[in-house]
Design a protein around this ligand. Structure first.
Ligand SMILES: [Zn+2]
Length: 438
């Protein structure tokens, strides 16, 4: 795909494409951030937390397997959520609760006057009810649908809370630890939307999602999806000839949609992914439906594309009606997906802290390509946010053959632990890097 993109655009496009063709690995951490991490990593209590996480590896992996074995299909996360809530409470968080949307979270209050940092992993999987989620082990790898995405994030999060308890570290800022619902597919970030609707004082957000301890996602690809249905009178293809057709109307729309030319930068895309309609080869179609997906790394371009596309969709109904001059074709436009896009400066303190933390655990940080994660929502609101892995390696996510390799997986929670410490500040050691928004 990178190659196609290079062939199809000019010099600027080539430069931008090569920028994102692979993760970006050169970066400058400011002296101030370096200094904070120098101080943090030389603190015995911080070292104790890091050592704890390493020693807790087996326990964390065991918990990951237990979480994975509790099915959590989209919109049916409740059983896993209740179990996760119990575990948050058992670790001594304050005010542990489930909100109306089904998110579960608890608080680790700071010493006061610091920023409020929300750290979350998503509870839902992409797998429908009835999927066999039992974990199988072979050659040191774990196999199960959802074993990495996001059982790993959930387990890493619990391990980090244990590390806080074991190290006795007091942060300046408050930390909210959360298992959230609705990250995948038609879940449409409903968990994040609810959290940020209810909590208007969150200053920063970290999502722990799947595996890895190097990449940092800080740009959000937004998507808008629609199910579009044309309705007409229908009728016999011969006797009723002269009536407008729902399928012909949709064909008119698709013809024009196919010729849309959204900008290459920011990358903005569309596709008609599914079409269906009609009842018989010898009937004028009374109904036709298509599903359309639009994406962009910037909100403005996404909305511009959407306006243009929906205009085409409406006009196509009118054109088909006008063609025959009798019965009307109507169109129903139903939104089925809304994930906001957004960017933040790559040298924001949120990204800097994650970068410095990755280096501090001896790994090679890299800025990842834009993607669609729980961080989309806060990023779109202007709240600093990143998505990072929970350690280990994985592959085949979202497929029944998903696997997780736990070798050195403790690097994941270690990195997030350090990122939290830098951002929230440690009492008597370092000021919070994360600014308060109000
Ligand atoms: Zn995920």
């Amino acid at each position: 795909m990178g190659k196609l993109f290079l062939v199809s655009c000019g010099l600027l496009g080539m430069l931008l494409a090569s920028n994102f063709a692979q993760a970006q690995t050169s970066y400058d951490v400011t002296a101030g951030v370096k200094e904070v991490y120098g101080r943090l990593t030389s603190q015995p209590s911080v070292q104790k937390g890091l050592d704890f996480i390493k020693g807790d590896q087996e326990n964390t992996v065991a918990e990951q397997k237990q979480i994975c074995a509790i099915p959590a299909p989209p919109f049916k996360e409740q059983v896993r959520a209740e179990e996760f809530q119990k575990r948050l409470a058992a670790l001594g968080l304050a005010d542990v609760q489930m909100d109306k949307e089904g998110n579960v979270f608890g608080f680790r209050p700071g010493t006061g006057k610091g920023p409020k940092l929300l750290v979350a992993a998503h509870l839902d999987t992409v797998f429908p009810e009835g999927t066999d989620v039992s974990v199988k082990e072979k050659d040191g790898k774990l196999y199960a649908p959802g074993i990495s995405d996001d059982s790993r994030g959930l387990a890493a999060l619990l391990g980090i809370i244990r590390a806080f308890n074991a190290s006795g570290i007091k942060t300046t800022g408050d930390i909210i630890f959360c298992g959230d619902v609705g990250e995948e597919g038609l879940g449409d970030l409903r968990g994040m939307k609810a959290l940020f609707r209810e909590m208007n004082d969150v200053d920063g957000f970290i999502s722990i999602d799947s595996a890895g301890a190097e990449k940092i996602t800080y740009l959000a690809t937004g998507s808008h999806r629609y199910e579009i249905t044309y309705h007409g009178p229908g009728g016999h293809s011969f006797q009723a000839f002269g009536r407008p057709s729902a399928i012909h109307a949709m064909g008119r729309a698709i013809d024009k949609i196919a010729d849309l030319r959204p900008p290459k930068e920011p990358k903005t895309t569309f596709t008609v992914g599914i079409v269906r309609g009609g009842t018989s080869v010898n009937a004028i179609a009374a109904d036709a439906t298509m599903q359309v997906d639009m994406r962009s790394n910037q909100m403005k371009e996404l909305l511009e594309l959407e306006t243009e596309l929906l205009d085409i969709v409406r006009k196509a109904a009118d054109e088909e009606t006008a063609r025959w001059g009798g019965d009307r074709i109507t169109v129903e436009i139903k939104p089925v997906g809304d994930r906001p896009a957004g960017t933040q400066p790559k040298d924001s303190l949120m990204v800097q802290a994650a970068w410095a933390s990755t280096e501090a655990i001896g790994q090679k940080p890299a800025l990842d390509e834009p993607s669609s994660t729980d961080s989309n929502l806060p990023i779109s609101l202007g709240i600093p946010a990143i998505t990072v892995g929970g350690g280990g390696k994985d592959d085949n996510n979202h497929s029944p053959s998903e696997w997780f390799d736990p070798t050195n997986a403790y690097w994941g929670p270690q990195r997030v632990f350090l990122t939290i410490l830098g951002l929230a500040g440690v009492d008597g050691v370092s000021e919070p890097l994360l600014p308060r928004r109000k």
